[in-house]
Design a binder for this molecule. Sequence first.
Ligand SMILES: [Zn+2]
Length: 160
Amino acid sequence: MRTITLSNGKTVEVECLSCALTSGLIEPDGGVIIETEHFHAHQDVAYPIKGLVILASKRHIKCLDELTEEEKLDYINIMTNIRKAQREVLGIDYVYYFYNEDTTHHFHTWLVPRYDWMNEFGRSVESVRPVLLHARNNKNTEENQQKVMNAIEALRNALN
Ligand SMILES: [Zn+2]
């Protein structure tokens, strides 16, 4: 079991954070961006980057090769639609995709938009963690949080 502290200060004990989010037990800040039969998209606002999306499977699996045929189709289709919405409503030119199979949660892919300020952390995969940490530690202003919330809303409107 893991103890998760919610944004309202309450703590909950969950076996798997992804299960708690995709089942609706925990409501992510900013709400659900889009939900399909097999997937659930939201933002972890602890990393205040406009248009960052986490796409989690609803089934508790860890690895890409555990997806069923139906889930595979749903995955690529919803991910493509999210990517398109990031481009069309947020003007995002490039996205980095990241997922790790040895997660303590379950199968979820990060879609991390690339912004100019990220270049100081290098390019490619080595920049992802420093970028996320920099956002969490230095971009957590009320103004930026509002931009992040607006972006979530814009994506939700474009996708639903
Ligand atoms: Zn799970």
